[in-house]
Design a protein around this ligand. Structure first.
Ligand SMILES: NC(=O)c1ccc[n+]([C@@H]2O[C@H](COP(=O)([O-])OP(=O)(O)OC[C@H]3O[C@@H](n4cnc5c(N)ncnc54)[C@H](OP(=O)(O)O)[C@@H]3O)[C@@H](O)[C@H]2O)c1
Length: 402
């Protein structure tokens, strides 16, 4: 997708140091050995890429590609920022709470190519500075509200307090992309919660692909665990595609399955708490796993490194279009829970009543992404092992004696 820009943007030699008022630029020195690893990493990662981190302008000067990542303090956002930096790109990372970045800075390598911007989806114009001059935007940020306390008029409450702000926030960002005149593509982080394995008659589908969208009215009616999140992702994505179509924005979405593996955030990400809920017994997260089981009959997983690579892959592939499911494989809940119990044996493992799916659970299919040329690096065993190791390191799971 990276056609040489028709209009050459002049680069101010001091540009990197001149900051818009809402932004602050963080640099720090890091040891030489880390630089060697970093460069080696960039060379390794760039093998086979369609485009490197730089592009020629006017056939002479090389300009670094620049990307904005929203939700940089979150699980996927923080890892994506790191991956982009390792690949040699300039990164504009947006966050709501600058204090959260202090913890992440030591993990984000090469901070001389990183700019941090304070931005909130709820504030109009908040992303204008962050998006300015970027070639592409990864829209990862989203409210992770799963449920709400029962109120008198719950539908009106959810609509005005969760859905409307979520949609408005995403449109704010897309408007900033339009204003920038430099953004060539937006990659939107969607969710497998927008997909269902059941057809309109409630029968299990053998294969679940991007067309199997969860019906919005069904979510409103049933309100099973995590329903607020499901609605907000469904309606935000729908509004984003609509706005993109009307305004000529190239938008691609990554239908993200449950993400596991290591994390660099200071707290344990929600998706990890959902994944580990059979061993931690956390009721709020176990109820989400249970809702997924009812909707999908299985759990599709993806490693954090693979989901970030998929985002970058979809930004770079000229032919990418529409929505792409990204998950290495789907596993029957019993298989997944057995695997968790094997890696982390504990006495009070929670089990789910297995949904009756016929002879085999539906296959959650990432064929569209595979056909475009994407390859996964990690399978179930790596995901579970690395998730548990990271949680043990963080003290989220107590050490067990074997
Ligand atoms: N992880 C998964 O398994 C999974 C699966 C499917 C889809 N997804 C999607 O992936 C994306 C990232 O998820 P995650 O797992 O990384 O969750 P996360 O760790 O909770 O990150 C969410 C990020 O969004 C930011 N955010 C929330 N509301 C915002 C607002 N009003 N303005 C600006 N930023 C806001 C948060 O900022 P603060 O740090 O300030 O709270 C945080 O950085 C979401 O779109 C989610 O729906 C994730």
């Amino acid at each position: 997708m990276y056609r040489p820009a028709a209009v050459t943007r002049r680069r101010n030699p001091l540009g990197a140091f001149l900051l818009p008022p809402s932004a602050f630029f963080i640099r720090f020195n890091f040891p030489f050995w880390r630089l060697v690893f970093l460069v080696a990493g960039i060379l390794q990662e760039n093998k086979g890429m369609e485009n490197g981190p730089e592009r020629k302008v006017e056939g002479k000067r090389e300009e670094k590609m620049r990307f904005c990542v929203t939700g940089a303090t979150g699980y996927i956002g923080s890892w994506l920022v790191n991956t982009l930096l390792q690949r040699g790109y300039m990164v504009h990372a947006t966050l709501r709470d600058p204090e959260k970045a202090a913890h992440l800075l030591p993990s984000w390598s090469s901070c001389d190519r990183l700019r941090l911007f304070k931005a909130d989806l709820l504030n109009e114009g908040s992303f204008d500075e962050a998006v300015k001059g970027c070639n592409g935007v990864y829209h990862v940020a989203a409210s992770m509200e799963f449920n709400v306390m029962a109120t008198e008029n719950i539908e009106a409450y959810v609509q005005s307090n969760i859905i409307d702000p979520a949609i408005k926030g995403t449109l704010n960002l897309l408007k900033a992309c339009l204003k920038s005149k430099t953004v060539e593509r937006v990659v939107f982080t969607s969710s497998i919660s927008t997909i269902t394995a059941k057809d309109s008659l409630g029968r299990w589908r053998a294969v679940v692909d991007e067309s199997c969208q969860t019906p919005i009215d069904h979510v409103w009616k049933t309100r099973v665990g995590g329903w607020v999140y499901v609605l907000s992702k469904l309606l935000t994505e729908e509004a984003a595609f609509q706005f993109a179509k009307e305004n000529g924005i190239d938008l691609v979405s990554v239908i993200t399955t449950t993400v596991g593996g290591p994390f660099i955030t200071s707290s344990v990400p929600s998706s990890i708490r959902v994944l580990l809920s059979p061993i931690t017994g956390e009721p709020e997260f176990f109820s989400i796993l249970s809702a997924v089981n009812s909707r999908m009959g299985s759990l599709a997983l993806v490693h954090i490194e693979d989901i970030c690579n998929a985002h970058i892959f979809l930004m770079e592939q000229a032919k990418a279009e529409g929505r792409y499911i990204c998950g290495v494989q789907s596993y029957q809940m019993s298989e997944l829970i057995n695997h968790l119990a094997k890696v982390y044996p504990c006495s009070n493992i929670q089990r789910l009543v297995e949904e009756e799916c016929g002879s085999a659970p539906s296959e959650i299919c990432s064929k569209k992404l595979n056909d475009l040329g994407f390859n996964y690096k990690y399978g179930l065993e790596d995901i579970i092992q690395q998730t548990i190791n990271c949680c043990l390191d963080h003290g989220f799971l107590p050490q067990i004696r074997r």
